[in-house]
Design a protein. Structure first.
Length: 193
């Protein structure tokens, strides 16, 4: 029996008319949307504070070069500041740190994580770089990186020059037998941010 992850659900696909697929509850699958086949790199500064300025990030992802810029205002706004990147498969953000969402369940037993932006930590941020998969068929390129070179600077002052090897992890976010999801991640401490 084969399983596929479809719209965050576990779907039985073998021996079934594709017009009449049985959804996951028969198999005990959750309905969690998962972003797969990508690399996330968290850049953390001391005390989670980042100075105002224009940040430049030069990347080399398994031999593919790219560059991003991100402007941090003074003071940084609440929420997220988005950077711009030369590669369509790369995103860079400055994201305010918030506590883990509290899990709340309704009377029907449906549970979810909820938080209010007002609960986020004032003045505490991390930078997040996401390298996603892109292309189709023969042009498909995985977003899972084995080596990433990072050159980070602010207003021309170098903050970090590192080679990192992200850790690859495969999970089953919708439960056992409900589709595999593989991602890579790394955290890089940056001084002088």
């Amino acid at each position: 029996m084969a399983f596929a992850l479809s719209s965050g659900a576990c779907v039985r696909t073998t021996g079934v008319d594709l017009g009449e697929l049985d959804a996951g509850p028969e198999y005990g699958c959750d309905f969690i949307y998962a972003s797969c086949d990508q690399t996330s790199i968290r850049l953390q500064s001391p005390h989670n504070a980042w100075s105002a300025g224009t940040y430049t990030l030069a990347l080399n992802v398994d031999g593919r070069a790219g560059q991003c810029t991100l402007s941090v205002p003074d003071p940084p706004p609440t929420g997220t500041v988005k950077g711009t990147c030369s590669a369509m498969d790369t995103a860079w953000t400055l994201t305010q740190l918030c506590p883990q969402p509290e899990t709340v369940c309704d009377d029907a037993g449906a549970c979810g994580g909820f938080y209010s932006p007002s609960n986020c930590f004032p003045g505490q941020f991390e930078m997040i770089v996401v390298i996603a998969a892109h292309g189709r068929g023969a042009n498909y390129v995985s977003g899972i990186a084995s080596q990433v070179a990072i050159d980070l600077s602010v207003d021309g002052k170098e903050l970090s020059h590192e080679w990192i090897a992200p850790t690859v992890k495969t999970t089953e976010p919708n439960g056992p037998g409900c589709g595999m999801c593989t991602n890579a991640s790394a955290t890089l401490s940056v001084t002088g941010g």
